[in-house]
Design a binder for this molecule. Structure first.
Ligand code: FAD
Length: 463
């Protein structure tokens, strides 16, 4: 390279490509771009065309719209702007690098199979073109290739996995947001509205607007409020869906408005003033998020392929569309299931305990393939996550990593009496429960449980 070219490159803009990291604080890619002293071009690519990339569902799109809007405002405050383009990322990033005359592209890593392939191709193309391309660790506390069993393989059981994480060097401290950014000359882009992420006809997002405030600032407020008010009782009350005892941080973490590092360190500080057991239990839930991502890294087809392949021989009966519809609509006649499914439809979330119950009911009482349920959650959850969603569905199905054994069938009625003993949660979502207007159960729980266990024999034989 001659001196003039090197000099150009040293002053050429850096493209920061935002993906699942819609924040300015603790954003290593943005921080590195700011620290380079070069002009910064912030980019978001709406890519639903690249092979293998899973387009976000309806509720997730709603969240993304607001999260991008909040990010654009934050960047604006720092002196930069968010450029939005659509199309396959490989082409779009190359176009933006060319149009902006950039000398470098930085991003924070993703862990899905298709996403890794795309990132690798872009890195190679950029470097072949004489540009700098760098990726950073931002969305996980521990990079998947750093946590291994003694034999050098990924962990398939949670407890030793989390023990290994806790024995590893602790997660780095969060990085402060840049004080200011020098904006690169603008290039063409679309507005966030142009992406048409919001529902319009009809606008079904009223319940989401009531329940949530997407964006980095609101995420930080939520974390602070949880650590001040709720973490002390987290261990005791986290399983009760009628009590607001959990953090409700999952969509903020999903979209990277908050990093797990920020949560980890803020919780460690709070541990001293709060209940230490509550704080440790809470951090171990972050451990499940890590485990889901490490599992995705090891099993890129997590959303479609059973980790334990003997489950491929499970004899799913012919789909009964009316049963699936009743489950979607929360009209199964099983109160806790109906409450959960209606909470999901209205607010874009569902309490974790109830997620397990509705998933078990779909798979083991309705005998419907877990992939149908996973897809519905993908479409309706604001936190629909490429790792945690399929990971947990496979966990309930019995086919996944460290999964609940198939024969352990949740009884939704016992779960209700145990975790919602006064019916607060069920009544909130199913006001007609206990009245003549409430339907009879669409299936007999004991009979369908027996049928599920008989079907499971096929899996045992395939072992
Ligand atoms: P808290 O109890 O406050 O936990 C703190 C954080 O830990 C959460 O925000 C989340 O990031 C993480 N976490 C907690 N439990 C789990 C878990 N079991 N697996 C992975 N991470 C966890 N979570 C998602 O973020 N996205 C999903 O798409 C998703 N799909 C699920 C599907 C099923 C069938 C089940 C059973 C669980 C699913 N979960 C998913 C996990 C869990 O239900 C949610 O993370 C949790 O309910 C979010 O509420 P919270 O933020 O108040 O959690």
């Amino acid at each position: 390279m001659n001196a003039a070219t090197r000099d150009d490159r040293e002053h050429a803009p850096v493209v920061v490509w935002f993906r699942d990291d819609l924040r300015v604080a603790d954003n290593p890619a943005l921080r590195a771009a700011a620290d380079s002293g070069r002009p910064v071009l912030c980019l978001y690519v709406w890519d639903v065309e690249s092979e293998g990339v899973r387009p976000p569902g309806g509720a997730a799109r709603w969240w993304l719209h607001h999260s991008l809007t909040a990010l654009a405002e934050e960047l604006d405050r720092l002196g930069a702007r968010l450029t939005v383009r659509r199309g396959p990322a490989e082409r779009v990033v190359a176009d933006v690098l060319r149009d902006s005359g950039a000398g470098a592209v930085f991003w924070n890593r993703r862990y899905g199979g298709a996403e890794r392939r795309i990132d690798e191709a872009i890195k190679t193309a950029a470097r072949d073109g004489g540009l700098e391309a760098a990726s950073f660790a931002a969305s996980l506390l521990f990079e998947p290739w750093t946590i291994r069993t003694g034999a050098g393989t990924p962990f398939s059981v949670y407890t030793p996995f989390w023990r290994a994480c806790l024995a590893a060097p602790p997660p780095r401290k969060p990085l402060p947001a840049p004080q200011e950014l020098t904006a690169a000359d603008p290039v063409d882009g679309e507005s966030i509205d142009d992406l048409a992420l919001l529902p319009t006809d009809p606008d079904w997002a009223g319940g989401l607007r009531e329940a949530w405030e997407p964006g980095e600032r609101s995420a930080r407020r939520r974390l602070a409020a949880f650590l001040d008010e709720d973490v002390a009782r987290y261990r005791d009350d986290r399983d009760a869906p009628g009590i607001d005892a959990t953090s409700r941080l999952s969509p903020h973490l999903r979209w990277g408005e908050l990093s797990p590092h920020q949560v980890w360190h803020a919780t460690a500080e709070a541990r001293d003033r709060a209940n230490a057991e509550g704080a440790s239990t809470f951090v171990s839930e972050l451990g499940w998020r890590e485990f889901a991502y490490h599992t995705l890294f090891a099993h890129p087809e997590l959303a479609t392929v059973n980790i334990h392949r003997e489950y491929d021989s499970f004899p799913w009966p012919r789909l009964h569309p009316a049963a699936l519809r009743a489950w979607h609509q929360g009209r199964t006649g099983i109160p806790l299931v109906d409450a959960g499914m209606r909470e999901l439809w209205t607010t874009g979330t569902m309490h974790n305990r109830v997620r397990m119950v509705v998933a078990s009911f779909l798979i083991k009482n309705l005998l419907i393939d877990w992939r149908r349920g996973e897809q519905w959650f993908w479409d309706t959850l604001v936190d629909a996550d490429p790792a945690s969603n399929p990971f947990n569905w496979q966990w309930v199905a019995g086919s996944g990593a460290d999964a609940a054994p198939y024969f352990r069938v949740f009884n939704p009625e016992l779960q209700r009496t145990k975790f919602d003993p006064h019916g607060d949660y069920v009544r909130r979502w199913v006001p007609e429960w206990d009245t003549a207007g409430y339907p009879e159960p669409i299936v007999d729980l004991a009979e369908t449980r027996r049928a599920a266990l008989a079907a499971f024999d096929a899996v045992k034989k395939a072992r």
